[in-house]
Design a protein around this ligand. Structure first.
Ligand SMILES: [Zn+2]
Length: 158
């Protein structure tokens, strides 16, 4: 990510919004999900093609295709889109079902053994979400603090 873009700017705000949308985009393959409702034609097409949940849209091949298809975007937005999109299958790998990361191969990849995997709707998932929320707040505020402390130091030296 570029350090030349101030964290309190329209570009940074746009990148955050893009990240919020891109992070949930992979679940367009899950009937009834928010993304499936928003992108109904895509969801309907995936259903018609019998694409299973956590398969094609959660795979490395799809991330590669998305990376190439969106390469014309400005670098900040392209990097945010791909990082946010790819974070979704990575997080889903903590679930007991895992994801078909190497789709079209059928085996599912997960990072935890089944007994320790995080079930959807469990207290562990809630805890995991709070940790991620904390990080997503701490990281930009930390960067903002760094930005201000650097500016203050430069101002103090003048
Ligand atoms: Zn998912």
């Amino acid at each position: 990510m570029s350090k030349d873009i101030p964290i309190l700017s329209w570009q940074a705000g746009g990148a955050v919004l893009l990240g919020c949308v891109a992070g949930t985009l992979a679940d367009v393959d899950k009937q009834g999900s928010t993304m499936a409702k928003v992108l109904f034609p895509v969801s309907a097409l995936l259903k018609l093609l019998h694409v299973k949940h956590r398969a094609l849209t959660h795979s490395l091949i799809f991330v590669l295709i998305l990376t190439l298809a969106t390469a014309a975007l400005p670098p900040l937005y392209h990097q945010v889109l791909i990082a946010a999109y790819f974070s979704h299958p990575l997080i889903d790998m903590f679930n007991e079902k895992g994801v078909q990361l190497w789709w079209p191969l059928r085996f599912h990849v997960r990072v935890l053994p089944k007994f320790a995997a995080i079930d959807t709707g469990s207290w562990l998932e809630t805890l995991f979400q709070w940790i991620l929320l904390g990080l997503s707040i701490w990281i930009p505020f930390h960067a903002l603090f760094e930005e201000f402390s650097t500016s203050f130091t430069i101002f103090a030296l003048c």
